[in-house]
Each structure stands twice: as C-alpha cells, then as structure tokens.
Write a protein that binds this ligand. Structure first.
Ligand code: IMP
Length: 422
C-alpha cells in the first residue's frame, strides 16, 4: 500500500502532522521534492519539532527514511536534524540518501543573496533555486560524490572557478576553496555516508514487496515550478507528477494520493493570493492559527479558502482524498466565506490561471456559509460529533473539490485528528 502526501495550496497546509501520523504504520517514508525550504511541524511524544529535510519516518524505530533523487540536501541541516531526533528517540534514525540527490553548498545561499531572489520572490533564502539551477546546468554536486572525494573536489573546483569568474569583486566568493568545502561536506555527511546509494531500487523493491510506503511531499501545488503561480513558485515540482521523476520509477503505483488543505488559505513570500484578507479577519486567522513560517519565522498572509485553487490542485495532483487541517481555527466566526469563482476582466472564471500576473488580477467571488462557536471542538474524536455548521463546511469543501475529505484535523496534537475512512 503506497500513499502520497501532497500539499494542495501554497505550502504550510499541515503536511508535517499528517505525515507524522501516517508514518506510524509505514515501513518506508520517502521525501521526494524540495529541500530545507520546507518546514514541517511535528509533535512527537509531546515534543514539538520543526523539521526541514528529514522524513517523518525518522521518528519510528522500524521505519526507513529516504531522501529521493529529486531532493536538494543541505548536509549541515540534515546532520542537525538527525542529531536532534536521535537524542529525542534514543536511537539513530535509519536514513537512506539517493546518490543522485544534489547538495546545497554554502555558495548557493550566497548566490541567492547576491542575485536578490530572496527579496524579489520572498524565497526562504536556503539556496534552493541556485542548487536546482546548478543541477540543470550540469554543474551540481551530488550526494554520491561524497563517496569519491577526488571527484567531489574536482566538481567543486569547476563550480568555484566559474563562480569566481562571475563575481570577481565579491570577497566572500573569492574566499571559497574546493578543498575546504569538500572536507566540510564529508564531515557533515558522517551519519549518512554509508547509506548513500540507489534509492530508486530500494523504493521499487519496497513497492514490489507491497510494503507500506509513504511519500512525503513538501510545499504545495500552487508553488509547483511548472503548474504553480509562476514566477512566484519554488524550483522543484511539488505535485504528484514530479514524484515518479524524483524516485526514478516511471508510473509509481500509489493508490492513495492524499491532498492536504488548510480550512482557510495562507501564503508566505511574494505572489498572487486572491482570497487574502488584509484586515482584522486576516489578523485573527494569523493569531488563532499561529501562522508564522517554520523555516523563516515570517508571518504568513492569511485569507479565506480558495475553492478555485483547491479544485485545480486536486486535479493537477490526481488527489484521491483530502485531509482538511486546522478546522478548529475557523471556530468563533458568525459566518465564513469560501471562494467559488474569480472575476477576471468583468468575466467569471472558475479555472485557476497559470500565470501569476493573471491570478493577481482575479477578484474572488464568495459564497457565505454559517460559522460555529464551540470551544470544545478540538476534543471531538468522531465526525458526527462536530458542530453541525463545521460538518456542513466539510461537506461543502468535498462538493467543491470533487473528492472526499477523509481526515479532519482539529488541533496540532496527533490525537486531535478525525479519521473518517482510514
Ligand atoms: P524557495 O523555495 O526558497 O526558492 O522559495 C520560493 C517560494 O516558495 C517563496 O514564496 C517561499 O516562501 C515559498 N516556499 C518554499 N517552500 C515553502 C514551504 O515549505 N512552505 C511555504 N512556502 C514555501
């Protein structure tokens, strides 16, 4: 049985909590896209973790965690996370790294600053874009190179030569030395050095043996490099289509493609956001939902649920069901709004436009739905016992999205989760 966890909005949908929960029954958890730009909040045995790279399988003793070929890895962050989780759980997590996964090196972060994409697009400033760009330009350094120090150093030398030719006046660029970068990378990689290899083969073997494999997506559909609100996107695929490419299995047999959507919408960084609320309601959602980035600490922009974007994200992912998170945060409003269409240049559109600039010109068309006021809602464990208006809200989401809501999350703790059909 294989399941993929996929973000249906602009990231931060609560994938961390759901992945952590489902990882409990998994034999293997595979992270397949992005890098430490992701920020997954996980509560494990009462302790809160903000993880960026390490798959949620690391929290369970019998689960293998895999970083697949499509991920970009910052070894210093991975090392910190392995150490922190090892201290918490009392054993070394079993982490396997694809030899073809690319590394984020110190010059990638510096390049992001020098080129200004941090301020132009509000990126997470983790060197993600420059690392993926190096990969496409054949000048990247990969995890497998760590096993061949001479190759590693040669690749770094080529990269630095080019970098130093491009930025002759930047002291920090001129100070890079291939030997030092190689030595640091090998040192940081110590805990995983013996677990670097052909991840594709391992994943395929697990799928063939019908093991329980969980694919952990990062970011959300609207940030997908091809299918998101370009150019305000991340640099990797974030939708299901990217999974097969990342793991090197052409048509992965993943029966359950669980899309995660927050009961409202948030976005960090620049870019269009039709249902954004720049008023006290937006502020209230931000406070009640604790909407601050796990990776950067930036306040997240907040707004009503966008049904147009949600329908699109479900389609482009082939999502089979939705986990609706943070429903409790909507409690206490007299009425709520759901966007069911956009007005664009005087016309009504129900299709999510593929250009960020066009999305920016869309005005939301709302449907008003009843709110609920029940302070004990986060203690409910059965769907039937939710307030009637909350159930009606979930029903409406299902109707708009066209797929069932199989999980409803009503608080950050693992037990604050209603499993409807699992
Ligand atoms: P980058 O991925 O750091 O290059 O950032 C590109 C855009 O994606 C920025 O708007 C970021 O805020 C956004 N982004 C990247 N990763 C995440 C995430 O995990 N959650 C929410 N937004 C993200």
């Amino acid at each position: 049985m294989a399941t993929a966890i996929l973000g249906l909005q602009w990231g931060d949908e609560g994938k961390g909590k759901i992945t952590h929960l489902l990882a409990r029954r998994a034999d293997m958890v595979v992270r397949f896209n992005g890098g430490p730009n992701a920020g997954h909040t996980v509560i494990d045995r009462g302790k809160k973790f903000g993880t960026h790279l390490i798959p949620a399988g690391a929290f369970y003793p019998d689960t293998m965690s895999v970083l697949a070929g499509g991920v970009v890895i910052d070894l210093s962050i991975l090392r910190e996370e392995i150490d922190a989780i090892a201290e918490h759980v009392g054993y070394s997590p079993d982490v396997y790294v694809a030899e073809n996964a690319h590394l984020i090196l110190p010059y990638h972060r510096l390049l992001e600053e020098l080129e200004g994409s941090g301020s132009r697009f509000g990126t997470t400033r983790r060197g993600i874009g420059p690392a993926y760009r190096d990969k496409a330009m054949h000048i990247g350094v990969r995890a497998g190179d760590l096993l061949r120090p001479d190759v590693l150093q040669q690749r770094l030398q080529w990269r630095i030569d080019l970098l130093q030719r491009m930025w002759p006046d930047v002291t920090e660029v001129q100070a890079f030395r291939a030997e030092e970068l190689a030595a640091n990378a090998i040192e940081q990689a110590q805990p995983i050095l013996e677990s670097i290899g052909d991840a594709s083969e391992r994943i395929q073997a697990a799928l063939r043996a019908e093991r329980n494999v969980l694919f952990e997506g990062a970011q959300g559909a609207l940030l997908d490099v091809d299918h998101g609100s370009y150019p305000f996107v991340t640099s990797s695929p974030t939708t299901f289509a990217g999974l097969g490419q990342s793991i090197g299995i052409p048509v992965p047999d993943v029966e359950e493609r669980l899309g995660i959507a927050k009961a409202y919408t948030t976005r960090v960084g620049a870019g269009p956001f039709p249902t954004e609320l720049s008023d006290e309601i937006g502020e209230r959602l931000q406070q009640a939902g604790g909407e601050y980035g796990v990776t950067t600490g930036r306040p997240r922009r907040c707004g009503w649920l966008d049904g147009v974007a949600l329908r699109y994200a479900v389609r482009v992912n082939g999502a089979t069901a939705i986990a609706l998170t943070k429903l409790d945060v909507l409690g206490g409003f007299d009425s709520l709004r759901i966007c069911t269409g956009y007005e664009l240049d005087g016309r009504v559109v129900e299709r999510f436009p593929l250009s960020g600039e066009v999305v920016n010109r869309c005005r939301p068309i709302y449907e008003d739905v009843a709110g609920w006021n029940d302070e004990t809602m986060d203690t409910v464990r059965r769907f039937e016992n939710l307030p009637a208006a909350a159930k009606a809200y979930v029903d409406r989401v299902e109707a708009i999205a066209g797929v069932p809501v199989s999980i409803v999350s009503i608080g950050p703790a693992p037990e604050q989760t209603i499993m409807r059909s699992l």
